[in-house]
Ligand binder design. Sequence first.
Ligand SMILES: C[S@@+](CC[C@H](N)C(=O)[O-])C[C@H]1O[C@@H](n2cnc3c(N)ncnc32)[C@H](O)[C@@H]1O
Length: 363
Amino acid sequence: MTTDKTINADALKMTSFQVFSKLEGAVTSGMIHLGDRLGLYVALAQGDGDTSASLATKLSLHERWVREWLHNQVAARLVSCDDLSAEDPVFYLTPEAIAVFATPDHPAYGMGMFHRLPQTMNALNYMPESFRTGIGHDYDSHGPEGAVGIERSFEPWNQNFLVPVVLPVLGRAYEALKSGAKVADIGCGSGGAALLMGKTFPNSTFDGFDISQFALERAQERKKSEGASNVSFYDPRTHAISQDNSYDIICTFDCIHDMTRPTEMMKTIRGALKDDGTWLLVDIKAHDSLELNVSKNPMASLLYGISVLSCMSSAMSEPDGEGLGTLGLSAQKAESMARNAGFTSFERLDIDHSVNSFYAVRP
Ligand SMILES: C[S@@+](CC[C@H](N)C(=O)[O-])C[C@H]1O[C@@H](n2cnc3c(N)ncnc32)[C@H](O)[C@@H]1O
């Protein structure tokens, strides 16, 4: 820290650049949301290059608006164009951009977080009050589209990795899934993982628990349309997670850090799990300190920001919420909390993922 308050002209330019590059990212994120919502990326992906007019015609949109959107996208280097000086430039998506913007079953597909951008940013309107009172807002504060956004964020991962990569490393628990296990997915959101596991392992039964009414409504709709008779969904506040050590496997996918009472939840998981059962804990890859998170995670500012607007807000949505937040559950913290809750075995699973860490936790 310097005590000299003199402004250095070059440092001032750099500071302004840093600040406005964040605004550029925020506004372009809004444009990505629009591109996804209006089907612009999918239409571009399906063609062999489009002018603003041909793209607008495909989607029955107004050409002038589509042209300005394309100009934002090409300036941000998201959409490509080989000749910007042409009178009527032709725009296209590279194969990599098609994967990220327009291929929902590709592991790199990224539109889920942009789906719920308006709802996430709307939290700015009530955040000042939360900063004063300390009380945040649960996932339902993001409305029904918030639940859809979460569902779209997790679906590519579920589809590509959960069954072929993650579950097989669980050993005994994986064998139990095939022969017939009682499984809970706590913090199940719209039920994508539970429904997928239900379809893959018909001999097992799956109970999904979530406190989001919007997510539970989606989950029930999906269960009905898929005819999934071995999958059920509950709100644990009205249908408590049974404390009779009856579950073979309990999964928590990216939700412990969102809970107001993760310590209590871990004890509940222990009380629900058989003595030879397995808790598959998946949570955001976090380090033990601010210093390590900032120096080792290039996405740290994004994750701390999402924490304020969504994860930590959820984890503070009741008085005395523990407020772990997005980067609040490092391996060391998770292990110490799990041991305090009565678990004796905490194994980090060898699964490579850009955002998440995976643990098999056992009594
Ligand atoms: C980031 S989302 C993850 C959703 C889900 N696991 C998926 O794969 O789509 C976190 C979820 O945790 C849920 N949640 C928060 N606190 C909870 C609690 N105490 N019990 C059950 N679910 C909770 C939220 O409602 C939200 O749906």
